[in-house]
Write a protein that binds this ligand. Sequence first.
Ligand code: ADP
Ligand code: MG
Ligand code: MG
Length: 208
Amino acid sequence: MNTTQFTACLLYVAEGMIASEPRLTALDQVIGDGDHGIGIKRGFTALRTLLLSADFSPVDIGDCLLQSGTRLMTSMGGASGAIFGTLFRAGGKALAGRDEFDAPTLAAWLESGMQAIHQRGGAKPGDKTMVDALAAATARAHADVALTLAQALAHSAQAAMAGAEETSTMVARFGRAKNLGERAIGHCDPGAVSMALIVQFMSEFVNQ
Ligand code: ADP
Ligand code: MG
Ligand code: MG
């Protein structure tokens, strides 16, 4: 994908995330404060406005991700505004100057996001956060750098959703679900499902 196609892909992701609001709200009502779907909807609606605006003309994929991350960060709010904003902004820095989004680029973006999110919030795999879905997607993307982007995204999306589902076996060490202790077991982390959905919508866009 070139920068124009990547922008169209992010627009497809934004539409998908906006439509996922009820599912994400329901998850956060169980183990959080119920606002995750609303935050995601607000952030990705603001992102959609950015991507559709006539004067949005990113110079490369990094610039597109950087501007997108800033928009998410300033509009979404909550823990996830900072976390998902960081995911996009980290990719913006890692992919500066690139005009081709391929399988190795996917791995580079996810890897940069993992590191930046860990630095920002301290969560590791196993802590029942979006990091569990991101770590699974990242590992799969690293293994798939020789494949086509469509194949790599399909595999990463599957791995991310499996990683999100795996959070239902965990006790939370970050965020509001931490207060629930063992009672969080049996329920998926909402941010992990959001993370998996982002990769899934990218995969849908490229594979459709
Ligand atoms: P809030 O908890 O402020 O209401 P949201 O409901 O929008 O924010 O987002 C909650 C999600 O944020 C969690 O499901 C979790 O995946 C993610 N999250 C919270 N803290 C962290 C952290 N330190 N690192 C990574 N992700 C986190
Ligand atoms: Mg919440
Ligand atoms: Mg909240």
